[in-house]
Design a protein around this ligand. Structure first.
Ligand code: CP3
Length: 345
């Protein structure tokens, strides 16, 4: 089916601007919190029935134009051989953190069918559930962001531990990046083969790098992963989202994705102009504007739509993930506003 979201990824005309929300399934929905009473986060990710239920919630409640598989960027990392826990108030913890060549050597490359079969099974069920409604997006962490978590072992403000290893022991860092790149390449490919109709790479921490360091330590690997996925799956859109990409936007484009996810710091029109209109863009409302009264929120939505100028190839989204305290009625209103304000016929 020719869904508006997929048409926009390919820069084709749509009747209205398609919209979805990064982290659209999650704690801001009471339906999600209900599921969490029965099962913790990792259990939800590993139980296809629960994964499917939570993935479908925002489709039903918000009316977004795409579903995104409910999982985490760290799911494949666990199968590489690190222990993964999500600790309340702390976020993800990976043990033991990767700090030496021996630790890199010990990491395995997962076989998606054998080690991540629950993800592929969820995708197969979701495709059946979603047929004729909305397309399904699969996703992976980008290599640099996954390396940050694997080296640091936990969330950090500046990932100085990861950057320190990157600078002091570049051979260890690059060996780790090679293994991650292979993992995400085959994992993304397997998601598409199982039925995902687009793939998004999340590079949450690449904005911490200078241009020269992004070019050297992050870009070659994401470029390799994107080119692998594109070659194996002709015509399937690849979205590359980098948080904090203002200073590296031209380099981000050179990674080769068909859609570029913009964070909220960009003016969408200037960023799209700089990128060139031969690539689609996704974004970029500040997630915090969802706390505003709806009339003020509407002005922000209008502003972004105006900057996109009705040009084919804009997918409306937030500039980063939706925040847990967001009022759900504002998330619902956002989707309605985008549809209504952008409708051409
Ligand atoms: O978009 C969706 O609805 C799909 C689900 C999804 C989750 N994580 C579920 C999740 C996606 C796409 C992710 C990606 C992800 N995970 C990123 C990249 C996107 C970004 O926001 O920058 C990152 C950096 C992570 C790592 C991660 N996972 C952190 C830092 C945390 C803890 C902070 C937090 O938000 O709680 C998680 C846990 C996590 N991943 C939750 C959810 C719904 C919360 C866990 C819970 O509900 O108990």
């Amino acid at each position: 089916m020719d869904y508006p979201f997929l048409r926009a990824c390919r820069r084709k005309e749509t009747d209205y601007t398609p919209v979805w929300i990064m982290r659209q399934a999650g704690r801001y929905l009471e339906e999600y919190r209900e599921v969490q009473k029965k099962a913790d986060f990792m259990t939800v990710c590993k139980t296809p029935d629960l994964t499917v239920e939570v993935t479908l919630q925002p489709i039903r409640i918000l009316g977004v134009d795409a579903a995104i598989l409910f999982s985490d960027i760290l799911t494949p990392v666990e199968t590489m051989g690190l222990k993964l826990q999500f600790i309340k108030g702390k976020g993800p913890v990976l043990e033991p953190p990767v700090k030496s060549m021996q630790a890199v050597d010990r990491l395995g490359i997962p076989d998606p069918e054998d080690d991540l079969g629950f993800v592929l099974e969820s995708i197969r069920i979701l495709r059946k559930e979603l047929e004729g409604k909305v397309p399904l997006i699969g996703f992976c962490g980008a290599p640099f962001t996954l390396a940050c978590y694997m080296i640091e072992g936990e969330t950090s403000k500046d990932y100085s531990g990861a950057k320190r290893l990157m600078f002091q022991a570049p051979h260890i860092f690059s060996a780790l990046m090679e293994k991650i790149t292979e993992t995400v390449s085959i994992y993304a490919d397997a998601q598409i083969k199982a039925g995902a109709q687009a793939i998004q790479f999340f590079d949450t921490w690449a904005g911490l790098l200078s241009r020269a360091d992004y070019r050297k330590y992050a870009l070659p690997y994401i470029k390799k992963a994107i080119s692998y996925v594109k070659k194996q799956n002709k015509g399937v859109p690849v979205i590359y989202y980098v948080n904090g990409s203002s200073t590296i936007l031209d380099l981000v484009k050179s990674a080769g994705s068909s859609v570029i996810g913009l964070d909220w710091r960009h003016d969408l029109d200037t960023a799209w102009e700089a990128l060139g209109h031969n690539v689609a863009v996704q974004g970029n409302l500040d997630p915090c504007t969802l706390f505003l009264p709806q009339d003020q929120l509407k002005k922000r939505v209008k502003d972004i739509l105006k900057r996109a100028g009705g040009r084919p190839g804009h997918i409306f989204n937030l500039g980063h993930g939706i925040l847990p305290p967001t009022p759900r009625e504002n998330a619902i209103a956002l989707v309605e506003m985008v549809h209504q304000l952008s409708r051409k016929k």
